[in-house]
Design a protein around this ligand. Structure first.
Ligand code: HEM
Length: 512
């Protein structure tokens, strides 16, 4: 039995704790209400679609077809409109080049309301860093994307793509359409592991690299689910749910893997012979570049920084290209005349070579225009967010104070009919040198723009060209009309329905 004085003190402790929780909850509510008032007042001059009293626009945003809903709002409210995720998080949603330039030509920080969800996994790497530390990292990492480093990756892209295409050859033999998305995802992640750590998933299913591969796939999926599930937005609640615990376990696997690879590489670098071997290797990987990076004050990246940057590459670099390649192949299936023209071009460039070389990529003019046109219609990253560090005044004289939240709706920007006549028409010639030179520099932003643009865009474009050229040489792609993709904005632009395509092998001379 509990003595009465103890039960008394327990109950008074309990009372005090509940009192404290109530006070903290109350203070949090006041803070949220004040913030709401500030954000709403800031957007007073921007009319927008009606909001639900509790969910704001969240219900519409979660629905299938939400992207096209925003495009229809964009017609109703030129330039920008408020967009509320629930009651307390309100962004100014923008989709006009001058508006985009006013914000994205500056280096304002990322909106913590969105990017803080990534921290548990990718830590403070380039994507979420801000201020002088971001600049220091950006300078240190930029040499990793120099074309001398990228050139040898063509062989890595080729090797991973061949594995995927051989798998497709077997699937295509069944004569049915199949979903290409997972295989593209596997190929892109495997490629990125090879370019980051120098080795990919062995495919054996039980190695350390395979566990890492599975953990990264799981983390991407869980993070996407969390973003659209408002009940999971609070950290405390999320970590208590089965999803949240699964996320933490996968994070642990990913972090352990990254830490161990870094430790092993650092230890190996102590050995002069290994150093020589690395120098003579056919390509340096990102880890080599990161470990060799010194800034002008002779400062190296700390272990925590190294891990954050590696994890950021893995996060930013595979899902985006997976989305880009999948939508591109869908566009090729939808527009056979463009597919045919791209194939003729890459056949001519390949000639009697076995595989593509770096210099070939610059010759793929029509393919590049088609990739850009598919990025326009299906931007892999459909939205990016900022929090203003100082006020901004837009071209029409309307302004926003510091602290306001901005959502750059790349999908709606790319369908802005003031910039893109007949925006729904797939027309690669929009990207001819002549046409592109006449366009606003912030009209086409698949890789964002300004100082916080994508550091990996050359890598991504090279990968996209090699992979898609090889796909077109090996197969003819056509649609399965019973299972067309349904656009679903998650962290990247996915399809609710997958990407079911018919693949017809093209036989000898198809670049095997
Ligand atoms: C088709 C492929 C890709 C697309 C469409 C894409 C798109 C983007 C976009 C829109 C941003 C800005 C994000 C924001 O402001 O929140 C970004 C940033 C970034 N991307 Fe990519 N990306 C792609 C591939 C890659 C690859 C392959 C890598 C690395 C290997 C990469 C690494 C990064 C990093 C580190 C940042 C943050 C840069 C900074 O803030 O300084 N991306 N990307």
């Amino acid at each position: 039995m509990v003595p009465s004085f103890l039960s008394l003190s327990f109950s008074s402790l309990g009372l005090r704790a509940s009192g404290l929780i109530l006070v903290l909850g109350f203070l949090k509510l006041i803070r949220l209400l004040l913030r709401r008032q500030m954000l709403a007042k800031a957007m007073d001059n921007f009319p927008g679609p009606p909001t639900h009293w509790l969910f704001g626009h969240a219900l519409e945003i979660q629905e299938t077809g939400s992207l096209d809903k925003v495009v229809s709002w964009a017609h109703q409210f030129p330039y920008a409109h408020p967009l509320w995720f629930g009651q307390f998080i309100g962004f100014l949603n923008i989709y006009e080049p001058d508006y985009a330039q006013a914000v994205y030509s500056r280096g304002d920080p990322k909106a913590p309301d969105v990017y803080d969800f990534f921290l548990q996994w990718i830590g403070r790497g380039l994507l979420v860093l801000e201020g002088p530390k971001w600049l220091q990292h950006r300078k240190l990492l930029t040499p990793g994307f120099h074309y001398d480093v990228l050139k040898p990756y063509v062989a890595v892209f080729t090797e991973s793509t061949r594995i995927m295409l051989d798998k497709w050859e077997e699937k295509a033999r069944e004569g049915k359409s199949f979903d290409i998305f997972c295989d593209v995802g596997h190929m892109a992640l495997n490629t990125l592991m090879k370019c980051t750590f120098g080795r990919g998933d062995t495919g054996l299913g039980h190695s350390r690299d395979s566990s890492y591969y599975l953990a990264v796939s799981d983390l991407t999926l869980l993070m996407q689910q969390r973003l659209v599930s408002f009940q999971y937005h609070n950290d405390f609640i999320y970590w208590l749910t089965p999803h949240g615990r699964r996320f933490l376990r996968a994070c642990q696997v990913a972090h352990d893997h990254t830490d161990q690879v870094i430790r092993e590489r650092k230890a190996a670098l102590q050995d002069e012979k290994v150093q020589k071997k690395i120098q003579n290797r056919r390509h340096l990987d990102f880890l080599d570049i990161l470990l060799g990076a010194w800034d002008e004050d002779d400062i190296k990246l700390s272990d925590a920084d190294l891990r954050a940057e590696v994890d950021t590459f893995m996060f930013e670099g595979h899902d985006t290209t997976t989305s880009g390649i999948s939508w591109f192949l869908y566009c090729m299936a939808l527009y056979p005349e463009h597919q045919h023209r791209c194939r003729e071009e890459v056949r001519e460039i390949l000639g009697d070579q076995d595989s593509f070389q770096w210099d070939d990529l610059g010759k793929m003019t029509y393919l590049t225009m088609c990739i850009k046109e598919s990025f326009r219609l299906y931007p892999p990253v459909p939205q990016v967010y900022r929090q203003l560090s100082k006020p901004v005044t837009f071209v029409d004289g309307r302004s926003l104070p510091a602290g306001s939240l901005i959502s750059m709706h790349i999908y709606a920007l790319h369908r802005n009919s003031a910039v893109w006549p007949d925006p729904e028409v797939f027309d690669p010639l929009r990207f001819s040198t002549e046409n592109a030179s006449k366009r606003h520099p912030f009209a086409f932003m698949p890789f964002s723009a300004g100082p916080r643009n994508c550091i990996g865009q050359q890598f991504a474009m090279s990968e996209m060209k090699v992979v898609t050229a090889m796909c077109l040489l090996r197969f003819e792609f056509s649609l399965d009309p019973s299972r067309l993709p349904i656009k679903m904005p998650q962290l990247v632009l996915c399809s609710k329905n997958g990407f079911h395509l018919h693949l017809k092998p093209l036989g000898p001379g198809s670049g095997k």
